[in-house]
Design a protein around this ligand. Sequence first.
Ligand code: HEM
Length: 376
Amino acid sequence: MELHKKEIIKATVPALEEHGTTITTVFYQNMFKKHPDLLNMFNQTNQKVGDQPKALAFTVLQAARHIDDLEAIVPAVIGIAHKHRALNVKPEHYPIVGENLLEGIKEVLGDAATPEIMDAWEEYYGEIAQIFIDVEAGMYKEAEWDGFVPFKVTGKDQLSDDIVRYTVKSDEVDFDVRAGQYITVKVDPSDYPYEALRHYSICSIHTEEGLQFAVKKEGTDDTAGVVSHHMHDDVQVGDTLELSAPAGDFLLDPADEKLLFIAGGVGATPVMAMIEEAIEAGKDPKFIYSVQNKGMHPFKDEMQEFGERIDVKVKYSDDEGFLNHEDFEGLQDRSVYICGSMHFMNAMIKVLHEVGFSEDNIHFEPFGPKMSLVGE
Ligand code: HEM
């Protein structure tokens, strides 16, 4: 991109960031009016709540900070690209997003939106889109299968008051999963106007008896929960679910020898698979788990079995309070993998820093609307 175009982008970003919400509103309204089929791909619950609409447009704006070296955004692109691949976002979708995003930008800039400025934004969007398309092309090549494939539900276990584990099997595909990955389910609830896609973490690396993932029942009002309620209430053993191939970049680094896993609530799901992987690799991880009370506690039997081989500590916050400094003393030499809600992770990361864990040794995966990993 020519220098003067980069200067135009840099000069217009602050105003656009300030009116980011207008951009996202115009973008989504226009895009869905012209392409109503995309309502089936985007999480309409998050649309209402407002997190995801911001994420896409703000990422485009924030990436402008790296406009002199756009390749620098690739590491940040990878997590999003995994999600795109899991949702079946394809290269032909990028111009649609681009066109409508540019309309949002044009509306915010108003009279200031000269052809020169709009031209610079179009070129810049094209460059970012190409980075995503290239990264995603590699992921499509490596995916265990293409698109969505039917799986039969062979097991449904109530793991806690609000978490169910599904076991599903397919005759069509043979595959491996890695600890920390998620699958994406496509459902069509009868009382919901669209199809819906949701990501759910895989809870075991063993797939001989079927692929296992866990779903938490979320929310009670109509701003959340449509899909997880459908899963809990309507999807039964013998039904069919469409799944896209495992995805995600929250994976164990095989070079990490000394491990500490920390999970909160349903955040135990990917961590259960990671602990299996670590134990089977001959490592001796420690696991610290926080959950509200016994009723909310999933994977009780599995955690007890782990407890016979490794050090497992479960803390019920109703009785014993939240995890804090003394829970992590003496473990500072371990690589940490954390999974839980955004709030849980932020709290843990703060405590770990205060106890002296190094930033480089902390890996985390947020669960919640922002990442939509557990869906609603
Ligand atoms: C999710 C960025 C293009 C569909 C996201 C997220 C970001 C993002 C930051 C949130 C990720 C997260 O929650 O972890 C971008 C950027 C794009 C782009 C910067 C262009 C350069 C597209 C395109 C499509 C698409 C072309 C398809 C039409 C989605 C969907 C989600 C998503 C469906 C998940 C939203 C949900 O949960 O409802 N994207 N994206 N994105 N993106 Fe993109």
